[in-house]
Design a protein around this ligand. Sequence first.
Ligand code: XMP
Length: 326
Amino acid sequence: MTENRPATMQRIETPEQAQKFIEEQLAALKEQVGDKKVLLALSGGVDSSVVAALLIKAIGQQLVCVHVNHGLLRKGESEQVIQVFRHQMSANLIYVDASDRFLDKLAGVTDPEQKRHIIGAEFINVFAEEARKLEGIHFLAQGTIYPDILESKAGIKAHHNVGGLPADLHFELVEPLKFLYKDEVRVVGKALGLPDSMVYRQPFPGPGLGVRCLGAITRDRLEAVRESDAILREEFARNGLQGKVWQYFTIIPDFKSTGIRDGKRCFEWPVIIRAINTKDAVTATVENIPFELMEHITDRITHEVPGVNRVLYDFTPKPTATIEWE
Ligand code: XMP
């Protein structure tokens, strides 16, 4: 199978072009899959969501989606996956709440690379366990997109999202988005009727909030990252910054500082806000957030998120900083 985007392929920019792509893919998927079953790891990110929506249209119940909640997702993410795919699209969706498994494995682990490794390896374990429980799966669908293929050719990263499945799990791959760029995937997702909150979702690292809860992850700090992130997203949406700022999130370091609550000394965590703009995530600039909005967000986070008494803003572009803190 060729790994190059056909030179004649037009950039998908309009709903009509998306519709044409969808029709072609539906025919190709039906042809490839026949009456066999397809498995998909559905994270709720743009790429896997668009693959799911295409396959549901093409083969309906022959698709089995597995959504693994590793306990490091943002507030409301798993609920949205269940709502959209199980309830609205009637997908065959297996929901696995593996939060405890991941958090137990991560307990006490401080090294960022080790944290990432544990999360990646445990994801494969959970997904492989679910795959083994199923009968008669022939294909594995993946949300591989064209930049993944280009980067893997250039040796930057391995492009198979669920790369490294154990040897006993042999699946043929189904990759309907493999010649699309990200912006085209979004146009197709919109044409497939996915909600804007899914189609225009910010990039979110695979290890999720695990790399934003610095050092050894604890459940209380993880909850504080999740709640402060939800407040930041809500305020950015209310104030017209959603879709304007490329990526924004909160981070909680693993130290406390002195503050005052109800007239008494308190010793609590700080929350760091990061809001950046970029084209390709290789370099990034810091967004100029209105001071009044920052004051309001600070007020909400310090009063609504238990254990947080301070809010900081990260003014550092990439380079010298990376976008994530770990
Ligand atoms: P950095 O921190 O390297 O991040 O400047 C660049 C972009 O990549 C995202 N990121 C990840 N995405 N898996 C992903 O799918 C990861 O492990 C990962 N780490 C960072 C980050 O959010 C930013 O958009």
